[in-house]
Design a protein around this ligand. Structure first.
Ligand code: SAH
Ligand code: SF4
Ligand code: F3S
Length: 466
């Protein structure tokens, strides 16, 4: 009966009720910073009455949070927009409007072109202006097609709502926290300095407040993010300039925060303070993503990485001395312009010397507007493909070897989410491996001691250690 009254009484207000339950679908491409940004956009939209949906067809607003790093990544956006145009048409036929927005690095780099090539797009918004999203949507509703890609003068983080307790709980026991954005390094292959602008560090108080909120919401493991996260610096409460090492020390003091990580770091910004943090902080996990891109000094120079292969290897030695159980992951590019067979062999040699636990490797992709695009001696696609195949075979072998080496070891496992089988949970090892173990769902968020018993293609298996 009460239901019926509710239904009847809500009928005259239908448009308002509809307004209150607007749904947003966000599709995230690219790196972890986009994952973080998508969550922040969702929080900003929640204040405007939007709820998130996993079903694109149900959405009143579809946002694509895009990546421009390689040509393939950028192309994905246009094919997704083609499909969305059809959906928008279909929904319009049913009398339901759907707004389409493009955010992220493709929005920043190709905003005008998106509006020109994809007439179904209502809104293009760059990564520095997400706090203006609600106003931009208002303008769309008034019939405008909006392009919002100026680098904002105001700080987007200050204006975006911080993650809310209840939401972070729903989002899990691990979380990302962006501490630094943008890049001043200008590696000659890379679009990031153009899509994300110059380096900006968030102030300590902002970071600490957000970290506390996340931990209060149930987060046990925090990954600090930045395109160049170890270039982070800022004035500490003592007025002294801090680097990432000091910031990690400070965050490690937050009660209930069990684990810290940071990504992605540049070899040139691994300073003594940060290396000392690896030595001194048990909360800082012994796993470091430290991309090198190439093992050839000639290519490293042409890439403008501003270090040699030997310097990279020496750096790893120093960090491992500070934290002997440290495992490494990295990024590689094969087929940068001018790369010879010999240069590529140097990359394989470096990989052999390091022994990676995990790594990402890519064929060089020419990005318009970067210095690399103008270089002669572009490497043919088939050569790139062959090199990538060899490199990936080696990296995969190393990954398997690392996983095999873990068998029989006792480790701490952070229980994260339900496993595939009932009665199982998936946890994270200190080295970011997914591990299946028998455990109750009430244990999610606990750190338990387990013994690794075996390896599968994508995860490890463990039993609870007595
Ligand atoms: N700031 C990080 C990298 C961010 S981009 C660093 O300096 O290492 C992530 C990875 O994408 C890079 O490490 C690189 O391996 C890859 N990448 C970037 N531009 C690329 C391009 N033009 N072609 C192929 N891979 C690229
Ligand atoms: Fe790109 Fe180089 Fe900056 Fe990394 S350091 S984001 S690869 S320009
Ligand atoms: Fe891609 Fe932008 Fe991240 S180009 S990798 S989404 S910073």
């Amino acid at each position: 009966m009460t239901d019926e009254i509710a239904t009847l009484s809500s009928a005259p207000d239908a448009p308002i009720a509809h307004q209150n339950t607007r749904k947003v679908f966000i599709k995230t491409y690219g790196c972890q910073m986009n994952v973080y940004d998508s969550d922040r956009m969702q929080d900003a939209l929640a204040k405007d009455g939007y709820v998130a949906t996993d079903v694109m067809e149900d959405a009143d607003l579809v946002l694509l949070n895009t990546c421009h790093i390689r040509e393939k990544a950028a192309e994905k956006v246009y094919s997704a927009l083609g499909r969305l145009r059809e959906l928008k048409k279909k929904k319009a036929g049913e009398g339901r409007e759907m707004m389409i927005g493009v955010a992220g690095c493709v929005a920043q780099a190709e905003g005008d072109e998106i509006l020109r090539r994809a007439p179904a797009v209502d809104l293009v918004i760059g990564p520095q202006t997400y706090h203006r999203l609600p106003q931009a949507l208002e303008r769309v509703k008034r019939g405008e097609r909006v392009l919002e890609t100026d680098y904002a003068i105001e700080d987007k983080f200050e204006h975006l709502p911080a993650p809310e307790k209840a939401k972070t709980r729903a989002r899990g026991v691990t979380a990302f926290l962006t501490v630094q954005e943008g890049c001043d390094k200008f590696c000659s292959f890379c679009v990031v300095p153009y899509t994300r602008g110059s380096e900006v560090s968030r102030p300590v108080e902002q970071i600490v407040a957000e970290a506390r909120k996340l931990v209060e919401g149930g987060v046990r493991e925090l990954t600090l993010l930045g395109q160049n996260v170890n270039a982070w610096h800022g004035a500490g409460p003592d007025g002294v300039e801090w680097g990432l090492g000091e910031l990690l020390h400070h965050l490690a003091g937050i009660e209930g925060l069990a684990r810290l990580r940071y990504t992605t770091s540049h070899p040139r910004d691994m300073d003594d303070g940060l290396i000392a943090a690896h030595r001194d902080l048990p909360q800082l996990m012994p796993y470091l993503h430290l991309p090198v891109q190439s093992g050839s000094d000639r290519i490293l120079k042409a890439m403008n990485r501003r270090h040699t292969a030997a310097e990279y290897l020496a750096l790893i030695e120093r960090i491992k001395k500070a934290r002997p159980d440290l495992a490494l992951s990295g990024d590689f590019i094969v087929g940068f312009p001018g790369e010879t067979d010999e240069d590529f062999e140097d990359t394989l040699k470096l990989v052999e010397a390091v022994g990676y636990a995990q790594a990402f490797s890519f064929k060089y992709s020419t990005r318009p507007g970067t210095p690399g695009a103008d270089l002669k001696d572009q490497v043919p696609e088939d050569v790139k493909a062959k090199r990538l195949e060899r490199l990936q075979a080696l990296l995969l072998k190393q990954q398997h070897a690392f996983n095999e080496m873990c068998i029989g070891r006792e480790i701490d496992l952070l229980l994260e989410k339900p496993g595939r089988m009932p009665g199982q949970l998936i946890g994270r090892s200190p080295w970011l491996q997914s591990v299946n173990v028998d455990a109750k769902s009430s244990q999610i968020g606990d750190i338990i001691r387990v013994r690794i018993t075996g390896t599968g293609p994508n995860s490890l298996f463990a039993e609870v250690a007595s």
